[in-house]
Design a protein around this ligand. Structure first.
Ligand code: PEP
Ligand code: MN
Length: 339
């Protein structure tokens, strides 16, 4: 339920509503808008639905149900767009955010060369996997903590923020010590133990859509993180599995526009995993801007033919610089900017 307060409601009246909500077994979540406060009553309650009765409490303007199963991440509860902060960087604001870097952290030279190049081209965040959830157990599994150390070194050399994947609840604390934002990969979107642990990670989370996950399932996974205390969530459309093998995945751009409509969370697009083909990264990146994405996460490698993972979909550093240069006009058309 959403309890919308009147613009002139006092702090005492807001507190009174929160106490009443707790009294009947729900958890209150206060959202302070520019004009008024709304309070979400989240949970099952104690079986007696007294929430509707709050309509007559002092300071209350309206009591309305939240129609969707996801609550905290829905626009019904919070109509204004959320902004996720990575230090001085804001995802979900007017700046279009570009995260770029190799699929896997391989060597110091590979990572530093990529970091310097993507920084010069205009990226704000460096991506790189140190823990790789590979389909085959025989494939490279990542450098683990050594990779995280290299990412931290690249941050101090370039000033880029760092995004990297965490694959188990036990690793969250350690990965959070190195990363500015934690990535949950497609294969872990419904790893509920991991999602719950990320609720107290103390770092923003980029949640990738599962290989065969519906939009509702993606938002319910985000809800797990929010309900466990972490509201700094960025959603990521990275393509879904369909009958079509010509592209690695089917990039669901309509999902991006829909997510922006039904959720207040920022949304970024991964055109690399979304298509699996280097040549398709540029056109789909431009389309991502047009459907309202708040940013991109793109795979870049100085020598894609030598990459230890995902070479065929990785841009060269030169290709990435061309992409960013070309995107600037598209970003301006959407009344955003990309420096
Ligand atoms: C990745 O970002 O390298 C990755 C493994 O992506 P996804 O989880 O979307 O497959
Ligand atoms: Mn990859």
């Amino acid at each position: 339920m959403i309890i919308a307060m009147k613009p002139e409601a006092t702090e005492e009246q807001i507190q009174h509503i929160c106490d009443s909500i707790i009294g009947i077994g729900y958890t209150p979540h206060i959202i302070r808008g520019e004009e008024r406060v709304v309070i979400g009553a989240i949970g099952h309650g104690d079986g007696r639905d007294h929430l509707q009765g709050l309509i007559s409490a002092p300071g209350v303007a309206d009591v309305v149900p939240i129609s969707q199963p996801y609550k905290l991440v829905s626009r019904e509860l919070r109509p204004m767009q959320s902004v996720v902060k990575l230090g001085d960087l804001e995802i979900g604001g007017p700046e279009f955010i570009v995260m770029a870097g190799p699929c896997s952290v391989e060597t110091r030279d590979q990572l530093m060369e990529t970091a310097v190049a993507v920084r010069a081209a205009g990226a704000q965040v460096l991506r790189g996997g140190a823990y790789k959830p590979r389909t085959s157990p025989y494939d490279f599994q990542g450098l683990e903590e050594e990779g995280l150390k290299l990412l931290a070194e690249a941050r101090s050399r370039t000033g880029l923020k760092i995004i990297t994947e965490v694959i188990t609840p036990e690793d969250v604390e350690m990965v959070a010590r190195y990363a500015d934002i934690l990535q949950v990969g497609a294969r872990n979107m419904q790893n509920f133990a991991l999602l719950k642990r990320l609720g107290s990670a103390g770092r923003p989370v980029l949640l990738k859509r599962g290989l065969s996950a519906t939009i509702k399932e993606l938002l319910l996974s985000a809800e797990y993180i929010a309900l466990n205390g972490n509201h700094d969530i960025v959603l990521c459309e990275r393509g879904i599995r369909t009958f079509e093998p010509a592209t690695r995945n089917t990039l669901d751009l309509a999902a991006v526009a829909l997510l922006k409509e039904i959720s207040h969370l920022p949304v970024v697009v991964d055109p690399s995993h979304g298509t699996g083909k280097r040549s398709l990264v540029r056109p789909t990146s431009k389309a991502a801007v047009a459907v309202g994405a708040d940013g991109l996460i793109v795979e870049v490698h100085p020598r894609p033919e030598e990459a230890w993972s995902d070479g065929p979909q990785s841009l060269t550093t030169q290709g990435f610089a061309e992409l960013v240069a070309e995107l600037k006009a598209y970003v301006r058309l959407e009344s955003r900017y990309l420096n």
